[in-house]
Design a protein around this ligand. Sequence first.
Ligand SMILES: [Zn+2]
Length: 310
Amino acid sequence: MMRRPTCDLPRPAFRAIALGTCCLLAACMAAAQPATQPHSLPAGTDPDPAAQRRICFPATSPTKAPATYRRDGIILWTDAPVDGEALVKHLEEVQSHLEAMFRPGQPASASRPTTEASPRPVALAVYARAPDYDQFWQRVAAHYNGRFGAITTEGFSYRVFCATSYDTPEKFARRRALLCHEFAHVWLFQNRGLRNDGNWLTEGIATAVQLHFFPESGDRADFARWMETGQMLPLKRLMDLARIDLKHYWQAGTLVELLLLRYREKLPAVVSAFNEGRSAYAIVTAVLETDMPTLQRQWAEHVRAAEPPR
Ligand SMILES: [Zn+2]
């Protein structure tokens, strides 16, 4: 089955609507617009880098030829006035952070050992203008013989691709947190086989990574208040859902933070168990070797502390 794509920051119009309807939603920076699933079955496979380049910037595109920035595991194409070198340098730090999460016993700042394989690449496109970003996702859908609904989010990721648009310096400054979040989704898909369909684990890791690099994008006092006022789900419920709602991304992010604080060495096994389709109960008892009430209490303490993990 073609997997459903995610996510993320709603465009201003959507956010404006959200502001009037739900305080949690309004404050949720890593929010998903729900109706962007491709509908038909895929026939294609993931494109190679040359084909990725053609999908991102076709030769017939009216946009100017893009600048290309490559690092190990990262390919960025952009026609926007961004500092591409600075952007890929930042994404290398995000990549290192993700890699270290899955390297038990290593600090988050540890770099990749020479014995570790090179990462499978994440393909990024940053468009100067939003309409080109919209058309890009249509080409991605066509490649996979699928169809997205209207993509109404300022950043998005699907399988090997993630993208955003520049539009103005102010907008792009805000979207950098989003691009970091989307990069994490694709890295997890490419390097850990974690599907990018809005499940709690991919959203939790992507949101935790976003909070690490862009702590200003979430308000921890709000998270604690939402928890105390019953606006977050029991963890068992959160972890049982096939696809979590955008308003619960922060909750998933703080749960992943707790896993990194107290169960860090078990994170690779959590992802493996999730990929094998094991239940939330099995992940908590057999992998984390605890029980749901204990995990719930530890998570509540973490959220109540309203402090970022060290
Ligand atoms: Zn996401």
